[in-house]
Write a protein of this length. Structure first.
Length: 318
């Protein structure tokens, strides 16, 4: 049975015993992409604990063109929560032979990836283990679809042009279908809809409000609700604000979804709702919130607020 918080989980069997006592605040995918200089497809030539990962570029999909071989020897978004000694080893999964990487060149001229668990996407049997939201939440995506959509997202964040017509065609193909789930005959459509919804979020696309609502109201599927709540960030209207408020107010809703709604609402700077938000805060959940998962996973250090904490931050910003 698939855990409702994790629809595809990378198996981090490569983490050493030392790493089990080490935790970090795993970045969201938009931060991984915004802070990267390059988006590439590469063959993994070698990976050693001390020397890092040596790759051979197959093609550059985003950013200045990279060619030939290079070594990834550091991280650009690794923020420790706790650690036992330094975590500077590269215990990269040995089964990965071809992989997409988001890479940054730091001030010392070293090539870096985001964290030990973010900033790369492996390929297996023609499918990409793709992150559009957070490494805790991944989808299996065909190579062509991944390259189309992730290149568009990378280019958009770096203020570069992308194939808008191809993205529109992709989104239209899946967003008009009824929300899918994890059933065997639905899961491929579910992954494609996840990608479409997250593209709307990352690219800040408008014109999909009515199509988003069935996903937003799908309380049977946590992931549909989260992606739709993120995608609503493009719709700064009174009716959209009220849709978000309904979920925030209703304490029977998933608390993770409630926080995502608060984050989307915060983008609108809703000063007219400040007094109502103050009232909601008084009875808002203070229950520990987050991605769940294995307590031995070093990503347990990822920061995620309670509903009340998210509301306080929003109120203080108004």
């Amino acid at each position: 049975m698939i855990h409702r918080r994790l629809f595809i989980t990378l198996v981090f069997a490569w983490l050493t015993a030392c790493a089990y006592a080490t935790t970090w605040d795993e970045p969201w995918q938009e931060d991984v992409i915004k802070n990267a200089d390059y988006f590439v497809l590469a063959n993994v030539k070698s990976a050693t604990e001390k020397k890092g990962i040596t790759i051979e570029i197959i093609k550059t999909l985003g950013g200045p063109e990279l060619k030939g071989s290079l070594s990834i020897t550091d991280y650009y978004l690794l923020s420790f929560g706790s650690y036992s000694g330094r975590y500077d080893e590269f215990d990269f999964p040995q089964d990965i032979k071809k992989c997409y990487f988001f890479i940054k060149k730091n001030a010392e001229g070293h090539y870096c990836m985001a964290t030990p668990t973010a900033g790369y996407a492996k390929i297996k049997a023609g499918k990409v283990y793709a992150t559009y939201r957070h490494s805790y939440h991944q989808a299996l995506v065909p190579v062509d679809d991944y390259e189309l959509t992730m290149t568009a997202i990378f280019n958009n964040y770096h203020k570069l042009p992308y194939n808008k017509q191809a993205i529109t065609d992709y989104i239209d193909k899946y967003i008009k279908l009824k929300p899918s789930g994890f059933a065997k005959d639905e899961v491929e459509t579910f992954f494609a809809q996840h990608v479409a919804l997250e593209c709307i979020y990352h690219l800040r696309l408008t014109g999909y409000y009515d199509q988003l609502l069935p996903f937003f109201h799908d309380r049977s599927n946590f992931h549909n609700q989260v992606s739709a709540a993120r995608a609503l960030i493009s719709y700064n209207t009174p009716i959209c604000k009220q849709e978000l408020m309904k979920v925030i107010i209703d304490t029977t809703n998933d608390i993770f979804v409630q926080v995502i709604c608060i984050w989307s609402l915060s983008e609108f700077k809703p000063t007219e709702l400040k007094e109502q938000l103050i009232q909601i805060k008084e009875t808002a959940s203070t229950k520990e919130n987050g991605f769940g998962g294995d307590i031995m996973d070093p990503r347990v250090g990822t920061m995620f607020p309670t509903v009340r904490e998210a509301l306080i931050k929003l109120i203080d910003s108004l």
